[in-house]
Every structure is written in C-alpha cells, then in structure tokens.
Design a protein around this ligand. Structure first.
Ligand SMILES: Cc1cc2nc3c(=O)[nH]c(=O)nc-3n(C[C@H](O)[C@H](O)[C@H](O)COP(=O)(O)OP(=O)(O)OC[C@H]3O[C@@H](n4cnc5c(N)ncnc54)[C@H](O)[C@@H]3O)c2cc1C
Length: 158
C-alpha cells in the first residue's frame, strides 16, 4: 500500500545512487582488512616454512615482497582514515568513493596474489586460508561497479 512508500514515488534509484559512495567506501574497508589478513597469514607462513634448510622469510626475495606489501598497507590505512573522516563529515565525493573502491580492491588483488605465490603449492590448498582469500578477492574488482566504471566516474569529474 502507498502508506508503506518510503520517500517520493519514482525516486528509488536516485536514493540508491546517493548511497553509492558509502557502499564503495565500505568495499574499500573490507578489501583493506582482507589485504592485511593475507599479509599477516603470509608472514606467519614464511616464518614456519623451511626451504633449502632455512625459513622462507630469510630469503631476500621474500623479505622484499613482504616489505613492499607492508609499505603499501601503511599507505592504504592512512588513505582509509582520510576517506572515513571525510565520510563522517559528509564530504566524501562520488569520485573519492570510486577512487577508494578502485585503489583498495586493486591493492587487495595484487597483494593476495603475491601472498599466494609465497605459499607455493600450499596456496592452492583449502587447508591454508590464503587459497580462499585469493578466490574471494577476485570479485571485489567487479561488484559495487567494476573498476573500469570507477575510472569512468573519476574521469568524468576531471
Ligand atoms: C558476487 C557478486 C555480488 C553482487 N552483489 C550485488 C548486490 O548486492 N547488489 C547489486 O546491485 N549488484 C550486485 N552485483 C552486481 C555487480 O555490481 C555487477 O556485476 C557489476 O556492476 C558489473 O555489471 P555487469 O555484471 O552487468 O557487467 P557488465 O556491465 O556487462 O561489464 C562487462 C565488462 O564490460 C566493462 N564495461 C562495462 N561498461 C563499460 C564502460 N562504459 N567502459 C568501459 N568498460 C565497460 C566492465 O568493466 C566489465 O569488464 C554483484 C555481482 C557479483 C559478481
């Protein structure tokens, strides 16, 4: 019945679209959390896994890959603090929400893939959380609007 109608009739999609920056920011937040978790799991794995007589973490390549990820995590968390602060103040623009979704989901995919690589064959086994995290990461560049569409939105605002 009309008494149950929320807002103005015919404006549903406009109302929905007005919440998209928040939805995209929430995707960025959960992607960042998954990225951090993948990193933490991988550091623990590399400490335990012995190859050529020493822990995987003792090899320079491993440390360089993980150091690079740790640096990006530091930058990523700082960016999310900035974006969340703007959201709380109702200042986050559609372009900024799109950029957050784009950057953090791209980062998630890059990091989770590198973390799986460091697991070797174990990364392909469900016994190791990274296998599922890798599968779950693939969709984040698609839902909430694909990352190509995020670039469209940012580009339109130039
Ligand atoms: C697991 C999952 C959960 C989802 N959950 C929800 C949900 O809860 N609510 C909801 O509303 N939707 C949801 N979706 C839908 C999701 O938002 C859409 O799948 C997504 O926006 C892409 O739309 P599409 O599938 O129609 O792909 P298409 O639009 O057909 O895109 C196909 C390809 O074309 C590219 N493309 C399309 N248009 C352009 C363009 N203008 N310029 C350049 N490239 C372009 C895309 O980037 C993509 O690579 C979900 C999807 C998945 C997979």
């Amino acid at each position: 019945p009309m008494t149950n109608c929320l807002g103005e009739e015919g404006k549903g999609f406009i109302y929905l679209m007005s919440e998209l920056p928040q939805e995209r920011l929430s995707i960025a937040v959960s992607s960042m959390a998954s990225t951090q978790k993948a990193f933490d799991e991988t550091v623990a794995f590399c400490r335990d896994r012995i190859v050529f007589g020493k822990p995987l973490l003792d090899f320079q390549n491993t440390r360089f890959v993980l150091a690079d990820i740790k640096t990006k995590l530091q930058v990523g968390w700082a960016h999310l603090d900035w974006a969340l602060n703007r959201h709380y103040k109702k200042e986050l623009t559609a372009e900024e929400g799109a950029a957050a979704k784009l950057w953090h989901t791209d980062l998630q995919w890059e990091v989770v893939d590198a973390c799986l690589q460091l697991h070797g064959g174990a990364g392909y086994m469900n016994e190791y959380p990274i296998a599922r995290m890798w599968r779950a990461a693939r969709v984040t560049r698609i839902f909430g609007g694909t990352n190509e569409i995020m670039k469209e939105l940012i580009g339109r605002g130039l």
